[in-house]
Design a binder for this molecule. Sequence first.
Ligand code: PMP
Length: 434
Amino acid sequence: VDAPAPESESLLERRHKSFAKPQKNYYADPPQIERGWKEHLFDVKGRAYLDMVNNVTILGHGHPRLSDAVGRQWAMLNTNSRFHYAAVAEFSDRLASLTPEGLDTVFLVNSGSEAVDLALRLAWAHSGHRNILSLLEAYHGWTVASDAVSTSLADNPRALETRPDWVHPVMSPNTYRGKHRGDGSTEAYVAAVAEKIAEIENAGGRLGGFIAESVYGNAGGIPLPPGYLREVYALVHERGGLCIADEVQVGYGRLGHHFWGFEEQGVVPDVITVAKGMGNGQPLGAVITRREIADSLEKEGYFFSSSGGSPVSCVVGMTVLDIMRDEGLQENARATGDHLKARLEALGQRFPLVGAVHGMGLYLGLEFVRDRETLEPASEETAAICDRLLDLGVIMQPTGDHLNVLKIKPPLCLSRESADFFVDMLEKVLSDGW
Ligand code: PMP
């Protein structure tokens, strides 16, 4: 029954009152956004914003072909995957066909966190061991196991004091500001992993697996050191562990030059987790693996997710892939992303605050530092720059353990004009002050 809100209470006050506090919102005084179109968002006052952070809505906002397909499917049937219908077979087949040979088996779930939880369970069930290596500075989700392997201090300042004992964080292979820097740092970072494995084994434990984003998304889109995953995967495989590539953020075409992040490292993982863009905002996630790994889960009984793989979810997933293909969105991520990166690098020539431009395609990280020698993170400046960009009509947010990296991950339909508008506004803020 409708209980009218007191007129004196703003919508934002109502949000703060009834929407649980740990669920943060962007901005202290956020615009009320009620509509979207392509890479643009509109507030209730009619003001337009360029959405440079939406890594979920890869097709862009308000796509009519997607809403038509969803509406049609909702009107026909939506049920669970224990029933036999075409969409679940077709979508699973299609996802498997996007991956390297051998990764032929799909679980359908509803989010990235669920996908990571399930991937960890597969590693445990298949290897028979519980110890998991995870990178420092990583974020993998909010469910119990995906949260356990998340070490990002920006998301949880107490993360390192509170990990369960089966999680073994390894040195962050951050080639920009990590302990070892540059492309020559591979051996040192691989040695850190080998040391961690030795620690586990010296304590009488055995390794179950390794999880990492294949391009370091949470740290700001930093590529892993060359050959890093090849060597780490070999160490893990020697022990019978499984290698999980978390492609929730960076995979699925966003990198432009590659469909999957692990291609950048020239490896094939045992388990891939996907979500976010694959549903364009509709809850949709998947785990893609080899048949024998998937089958190991039967030791623990059957797997069932009430709406994972529903007809509506599968139609969303297939329509997203159709639109990506027909509109050439991965190619646009490459071409517009290359253009955007070159323009951002040119800003770096003029403004010493720009320490580096990481990433590729439409997953870029612009890192602000107070000093290019010490790399002191410009965290407060980054927050102020994001606020000033909002005034100028650009939605942008910081990432990284120091919240000093602009996380640039717009819808993949981003036009060259919109990319230029973003850089022009950033240039204005850097020139005029914030
Ligand atoms: N893995 C990575 C790399 C992510 O970035 C995220 C979400 N930011 C997740 C997993 C969790 O996905 P979800 O929010 O869909 O549960």
